[in-house]
Design a protein around this ligand. Sequence first.
Ligand code: GRF
Length: 195
Amino acid sequence: MLKVVVLISGGGSNLRALLQATEDPGYPARVIAIGADRDADGLGLAEEFGIPSFTVPFTNFATREEWAAELVRQIRVWQPDLVVLSGFMRLLPPSAVEALTPNLINTHPAYLPEFPGAHAVRDAFAAGVTETGASIIVVDNGVDSGPIIAQQRVPVLPGDTETTLHERIKVVERTLLVQTVRDIADGALALETLT
Ligand code: GRF
């Protein structure tokens, strides 16, 4: 059974999808803890699903490195096989990436390498593209530049707003995330071969 820690910053709708998948006894992974860099709304899922959670507020630390060191320390308490960044809006410094990779993946609401960074949906929408996408990557020291594990195109429809587009992308992100975690748990995907 793959032990997974998921880090969030927001509402956690993608995390919810993973949690729902883990309720299937046949799904080969379990979320053992949920972490956040702030008092994220998605932490309510920890209570709802009866899962421990921890918060390491970015604003409590003088430097990114000190914050990340505490974040990694708290993650290591759970001894996870995999750490998933799902709507986690902080850039991890190299010290943290090195401590966790390659068992560190991220969901991104664009068809990387298109539109990396914190405003992928806004940027795609502003660029007027007719399609964008969703991607799952291994986290490296760049900004959404790590090896691509899975990705799928998502159309931009007439009348879309940034919000309707993002919601359509998230539906695909959730599917990719649930399948990717399954593949890692089953051994169908060996992360160490990607980096
Ligand atoms: C997701 O699209 C994620 O890729 C991006 O922010 C969104 C988070 O959504 N970084 P949620 O918190 O899972 O609802």
